[in-house]
Design a protein around this ligand. Structure first.
Ligand code: ANZ
Ligand code: ZN
Length: 720
């Protein structure tokens, strides 16, 4: 029998599956639909282990659901516009378009080498005009509804990326993309009115089957506060503790440095004149940008008062505080700034006319194509590189026929990804962004797997976008994702985050070359529970162990007997089916793998029937799709792919073994053991034990003085 050689079988089956299209969702199937979504990758140039973890492990669940009788859609595409691709291209002195499409080709092959059961004909690429035409169209729908607007405000600006960022894209005062410290810059920018949806984004969290930490993070980001607005003469403050007003001894307005303004206002409760200060700890864009300082009750106010020798008054009066303010609700959430001063994005489809102001591009003129320009580098003057594309820029106003110019900013990548899962339902539609039929069939997404870093960005933006489309009557439901799960992180073998500078990066291509894709997939399933946001170090010994396990399964093929399922294996087999099924359902792939390993060791020891082997292969097929397909094809069960077989079912009544193993001791020493039916009586069991050849010999010339029997476990014969 030939040895297990993944190189001989993996690409062969990948091609065969693609040729037969066995993983393509069936539009006409009557089966229950199951839409499994994974966040699509940026075409950054190379699949790293994180990508493998993100796609190969969900693929296990997808294959399981498909075999369980569901009509599964598991699409894939590329989040191809935006800073990640563009910054990488600039670094290499390449045109972002060439770079992006080159990467997509390369990454596609890598993705295919994983053996993931993607529905490739549905592929969506966000920088394809066929896609972004509809991004523009949807943007204009929001614009018509008043949900997209221009405003001049102080915005976070990345001096390295040379563009404005959304508030969500500033992490600890740094650019989410390049890590440069951001500065505040007053700029006229396009915004989406996510704040109109703050309350619904919050209250609808309740009905979602999502892990608590994700809900908590969104809740905190939205940051709802119930408080009061109180006037101190002409300065209005926001407070969540209006009851402390009798202790307010100063007012602070937001400012760049701490200083006394020279001005005094009246505390409406105490009627005292109190000083107005400026300070940094008061944020300009929260509440009213002004606070009442209550140093006796508020820690930050106390620190400030002590530093500048302001009075600290313990005032226990509370009665009557309600007279001085009016109740309001405030949110931390800011509107979503979506314009970017960058080349590689969707052109915002509006014109600026000298006479008519902002004019939307008419529908029949969409898409507004991103022009080819020689100099696409970001600029220092706060304008997009498109501002230099004169011939593209200058246009007649469709309303008045006068001179107009195109908008030169492009849209944030997170706009592209706010609706890609809708396009997957109907990817080739040229008349609509998606038609009713496919929409009704596939939406909402049943399961969404992605990275924890998207919790308050993509996951919040797309929920907002979907709600806006819902209000426009363009989709059926106000929440796009029924279930969501954030995956964990794979660390280097040294337990540190993988990075080139540490030299601890594991290259999945090399691992596949060495062990085969099935081993890498199965190892990643084994590395830790997928349903928890843990951090799991890559263990080179453990992956070798997984490869050996697959070899064992391979070698078992030649050892199947035709006897029917025997006693000791029957119970374990049903337990294994139950365990693997439940583990995959709850995305705890690691326990499924352990269970399979126990099962295989048992089969090696006790022998394996044909039926048991077939069940083993089916249970293993989501993890090791190539090897199981190869073995299946040689078993000659039927001509169909194993991946189209039904998932094994367990029998509740057969989970418990009906035989037990009895250990036999002579004078306390183990001398043998035997298997026996559970229902047998003590006398019969003793009889059988005595007659075993390996036991019987100990009785020659001896007499049994005493017999100790522990039911279901052990017999000890005490002899002379
Ligand atoms: C007086 C007071 C007394 C306050 C006290 C708190 C405790 P959340 O829950 O986050 O909404 N605040 C209001 N606007 C602010 C701004 N622009 N920048 C910084 N701080 C601001 O917190 C609301 C509280 O944070 C408000 O209630 C105000 O301080 C402060 F014992 O007013 B409080
Ligand atoms: Zn940056």
């Amino acid at each position: 029998m030939t040895e297990y050689d993944p190189k001989k079988i993996e690409s062969k089956w990948q091609k065969e599956w693609e040729k037969q299209g066995i993983y393509n969702a069936n539009e006409d199937s009557e089966k229950e639909k199951f839409y499994f979504l994974v966040e699509f990758p940026y075409p950054s140039g190379n699949l790293h282990v994180g990508h493998w973890y993100a796609f190969a492990v969900p693929d296990i669940a997808v294959r399981f659901h498909r075999m369980s009788g569901k009509n599964v859609m598991f699409p894939i595409g590329f989040d191809a516009f935006g800073l990640p691709a563009e910054n990488a291209a600039i670094k290499r002195n390449l045109n972002p378009r060439d770079w992006t499409f080159g990467n997509i080709d390369y990454m596609k092959n890598q993705l295919k080498s994983m053996g993931a059961s993607f529905d490739w004909p549905r592929e969506v690429i966000t920088c394809d005009p066929k896609y972004y035409k509809w991004t523009q169209w949807l943007f204009l729908k929001l614009f018509e509804k008043g949900l997209a607007y221009q405003a001049e405000r102080e915005e976070p600006w990345c001096p390295s990326c040379k563009t404005v960022l959304a508030h969500e894209q500033v992490i600890n005062d740094r650019c989410e993309r390049c890590g440069t410290e951001v500065v505040q810059k007053k700029m006229l920018q396009w915004n989406l009115k996510i704040t109109d949806y703050a309350d619904r984004l919050l209250s609808d969290l309740e009905k979602l089957v999502w892990p608590k930490p994700i809900k908590e993070a969104q809740k905190n980001w939205i940051g709802k506060s119930e408080g009061s607005l109180i006037k101190f003469d002409d300065i209005e403050v926001f407070t969540t503790r209006p009851d402390t007003i009798f202790g307010a001894t100063f007012v602070v307005i937001s400012g760049k440095e701490d200083k006394f303004t020279g001005k005094y206002v009246t505390n409406p409760a105490t009627k005292e004149k109190i000083p107005v200060w400026e300070a940094q700890y008061v944020m300009a864009d929260y509440g009213t940008g002004a606070i009442m300082g209550v140093p006796a009750d508020d820690e930050r106010d106390r620190v400030f008062a002590e530093k500048y020798k302001l009075p600290i008054v313990e005032n226990y009066q509370k009665a009557g505080f309600e007279d001085f303010g009016r109740k309001v609700i405030k949110y931390k959430l800011r509107d979503w700034v979506v314009s970017r001063q960058r080349y590689w994005g969707v052109p915002i489809p509006v014109l600026h006319c000298v006479r008519c102001g902002v004019v939307p591009v008419s529908e029949e003129d969409l898409p507004v194509l991103l022009p080819e320009i020689a100099d696409y580098l970001p600029r220092n003057d706060g304008k997009s590189p498109l501002a230099k594309a004169r011939s593209w820029l200058e246009i007649r106003c469709p309303k008045c026929g006068g001179k107009a110019e195109r908008e030169t900013d492009t849209l944030d990548t997170f706009v592209d990804s706010s609706w890609y899962f809708l396009r997957y339902c109907d990817p080739h539609n040229e008349k609509e962004f998606v038609s009713r039929g496919p929409l009704d069939k596939w939406m909402p997404v049943d399961f969404y797997s992605g990275g924890a870093e998207h919790t308050t960005m993509h996951l919040l933006y797309s929920r907002f976008w979907h709600k806006a489309l819902f209000d426009l009557g363009l989709v059926n439901e106000s929440e796009p994702y029924v279930r969501r799960m954030n995956r964990g992180l794979i660390l280097g073998p040294d337990s540190h985050k993988m990075s080139k500078s540490r030299g601890n990066v594991v290259d999945p291509d090399k691992e596949v070359e060495r062990f085969g894709a099935d081993t890498v997939r199965m190892y990643l399933a084994f590395i830790g529970p997928f349903n928890e946001v843990g951090a799991y170090p890559w263990n080179p010994d453990s992956i070798v162990g997984v490869r050996r396990f697959l070899e064992k399964v391979w070698r078992l093929r030649g050892r199947t007997s035709s006897i029917d399922s025997r006693g000791p294996t029957s119970a374990l087999m049903h337990q294994t089916i139950k365990n693997v099924t439940e583990s995959i359902e709850s995305m705890k792939m690691n326990t499924a793998v352990s269970s399979l390993m126990i099962f295989v060791n048992h089969l090696i020891e006790h022998g394996v029937t044909k039926e048991e082997y077939e069940i083993l292969l089916k249970l293993l097929s989501p993890f090791a799709p190539h090897m199981t397909e190869e073995l299946w094809s040689t078993l000659g069960v039927d001509q169909r792919s194993i991946h189209l077989e039904s998932w094994p079912k367990y029998d509740e009544t057969r989970l418990v073994a009906d035989t037990v193993t009895i250990v036999v001791q002579i004078n306390g020493k183990v001398r043998g053991s035997f298997e026996i039916g559970k229902s047998l009586r003590a006398k019969e069991i003793q009889e059988k034990a005595r007659n075993l050849p390996e036991i019987n010999k100990w009785f020659v010339g001896k007499e049994v003085k005493k017999t100790v029997f522990v039911p279901g476990k052990l017999i000890n014969f005490v002899t002379t």
